[in-house]
Ligand binder design. Structure first.
Ligand SMILES: [Zn+2]
Length: 237
């Protein structure tokens, strides 16, 4: 975060504090008044390192694009929270935060200070700023994206097709699948909450635990570029 914060396009903010008093830090890319906001989340689950590696390269690419003027920072901003569970990471927890809860079951309830810090930040946004997409980085046994099921709107389907559609086998050593899951009310996942609350595409970016690290990085760079392209073309508000 310190390295990326050296870019003029980036500001670093503390959204709140964990149970253990550690800061919940965020990087913001673009202007705070830019009307379209993309939210990126990481490390809700402490051991999911391959997802964190993907997020690092994904963010680096977004900053590089912003520095090069390749996306309109007056129009588009990104809020990235790469370490949502700092206590769990520091203490080597398998799943939970220091409150003993799985943060990715707390979206909507917001009983935990880590998730609540993001919700409160969103609640303070100026009225012209609206979330347009959310991506939550995790790790599992293989590369995949959990996306919306048949509840997806036409705009959301267009966005999916532009960002990920047809790319499942295009990136060297990084095959992935797109798996549709309807939002389960009350599931408490970030994906569910952002989709149902903000009516936006909200995906879980799952990276295989054993996927080659160079391929993880390369895929993240390509997918960050194509995300910006998809948003530039998108008819999403
Ligand atoms: Zn996870």
């Amino acid at each position: 975060m310190a390295r990326l914060d050296r870019s003029a396009a980036v500001t670093r903010e503390t959204l709140g504090h964990s149970h253990g008093g550690r800061p919940i830090e965020a990087l913001r890319i673009g202007q705070p008044t830019a009307p379209r906001l993309v939210i990126l989340l990481g490390r809700q689950h402490p051991p999911e390192v391959s997802g964190a590696i993907a997020m690092e390269h994904f963010l680096e690419t977004l900053v590089t694009l912003a520095d090069a003027g390749k996306f309109d920072a007056q129009d588009l901003q990104v809020l990235a929270v790469p370490l949502l569970n700092p206590d769990g990471v520091a203490r080597g927890h398998w799943r939970a935060n220091l409150g003993g809860e799985d943060l990715n079951r707390d979206w909507g309830t917001f009983a935990q200070p880590e998730t609540r810090s993001v919700a409160q930040w969103l609640g303070r946004l100026p009225s012209q700023v609206r979330p347009v997409a959310m991506v939550d980085f995790h790790s599992t046994s293989r590369n995949l994206f959990y996306v919306q099921g048949d509840e997806s709107s036409e705009d959301q389907e267009r966005f999916l097709a532009r960002w990920l559609g047809g790319k499942e086998h295009l990136i060297a050593d990084y095959p992935f699948s797109i798996e549709r899951r309807n939002s389960n009310p009350g599931a408490g996942t970030a994906k569910n909450w952002f989709h149902t609350t903000h009516a936006i595409p909200a995906y879980t970016y799952e990276v295989g635990d054993e996927t080659d690290r160079q391929a993880v990085a390369q895929a993240a760079r390509e997918l960050a570029k194509s995300l910006v392209e998809a948003l530039s073309l998108s008819e999403l508000p």
